[in-house]
Design a protein around this ligand. Sequence first.
Ligand SMILES: *Cc1c(COP(=O)(O)O)cnc(C)c1O
Length: 368
Amino acid sequence: MIPISKPAFTQSEINAVTKVMQSGHIAQGEKVKELEEKFARYCGTKYAVAFNSGTAAIHSALYALGIKPGDEVITTPFTFVASANPILMLQARPVFADISEDDFNINPDEVRKKITARTKVIIPVDLYGLIYDVEKIGDIAKRNHIKILEDACQSIGASYKKGRSGSFGDVAAFSLYATKNITCGEGGMITTNNSHIAEKCRMFRHHGQSETKRYEYFDLGYNYRMTDLAAAIAIEQLKRIEKIKRIRRRNANLLLIGLKNIRGLILPVIKTNKEHAFHQFTIRITDSFASSREGFLNYLHEKHIGYGIYYPKPLHLFSLYAKLGYKKGDFPVAEKLSEEVVSLPVHPELRIKDIDYIIDTIQKYAKT
Ligand SMILES: *Cc1c(COP(=O)(O)O)cnc(C)c1O
C-alpha cells in the first residue's frame, strides 16, 4: 500500500529526543524556547509561541485577539473542524463564507457579504498548503477594522511574493500533527509580530500565569504546553523543511505532468506569486470522468494506492453548526467540491517509482 501520508524522520530526530530524555527535563523548557525562536525566524515574524496542538494554537490566538461571547468570526466551511471549533469554545459565532472553485480557499467576495458590526476576526485557511488571497482579504480586514488569524496549519513553508505563510495576518496558527509537512506527533505554534498577542498566548497556555510570575492567575487559561521531547523532534524537522518542501514540489510536478489532459479530472492550480507547500495534492473527479468518484476510489484501493477525502462534508452541514441556522444549499461551491475532491499521495517518503505507478494506474483507468 502506498500511504497517503508518512512522517519523514531521520536518525537526527531519534538522537535529539534521546538527549532530552537523558537530560531529565522533558516538559516545556529550553527546547521549546529554541523551537520558538527558530520557527519565528523561519516564518519571518518577531514571535512564535508553541502549543501541544494546532487546535490549542487557534483557540489561544482567538483569545489573544479578544474574542468574546457573541462576537462573529468569519471562516470557510471547507476545512478541518479545528479551524472553527475554537470559535465555539469562546462562545462566539462562526459565520461561514463560501470558497472559490479554483483554489478551494475562502472567497473574498463572499467574505465581504458576511461582514456585520459584530465581525471581529476573519480566519482564512491555507487549504492543502496554498496561501489564501492575502491582498483582497487583507484589504477587507483593514477597511472594516477586523483582525486576521491565518490558519496556516497546512502551509508551513508556502510563500506569497517574498513572505512565508504565517506572516501576513495579525497572528497565524500552525499544526505539527503527524500528517502535517513537519511534525512532532502532536504540536502547534502561533506566529505574530505583536508582543501583546504573543504574551497573551503564553499566559493562556499556562493557566493564565505570566511566565515570570508563577501561582498568580491573571485570567482563565489551559494547559496547552508543548514538551521539550516534542520540541526536540520539531527542531530537527524544521532544519529539513526546505528539503521536505522541495521533494513535495517535485512529486507534485511529476503528478501535474503525468495526469494532465485526462477527461473530467481537474488538477490543482498553480497561482502566480505563490509557492504551494503541497500538504495535499488534490484533484477533482467531475461528471465527464471515466467513472463516479466512488468507482475511482474503489479502484485506487484495489491498486493499493492510499487516498484521502478532505473533506467529505462541509462544516455547516454537521449538526453542531447546522443548529446555528445553516442548511444545504447555503455554500454551493463547498458542497459541490466536497463531492469531487480526492487527495493523492505527495509526501516526501514516496519514491519516483511510486509516483510513476500512481500516474500509470490512473491513466489506464481513465482510458478504459
Ligand atoms: C491540522 C489542522 C488543524 C489543527 O491541528 P491539530 O494540530 O490537529 O489540532 C487546524 N486547521 C487545519 C486546516 C488543519 O489541517
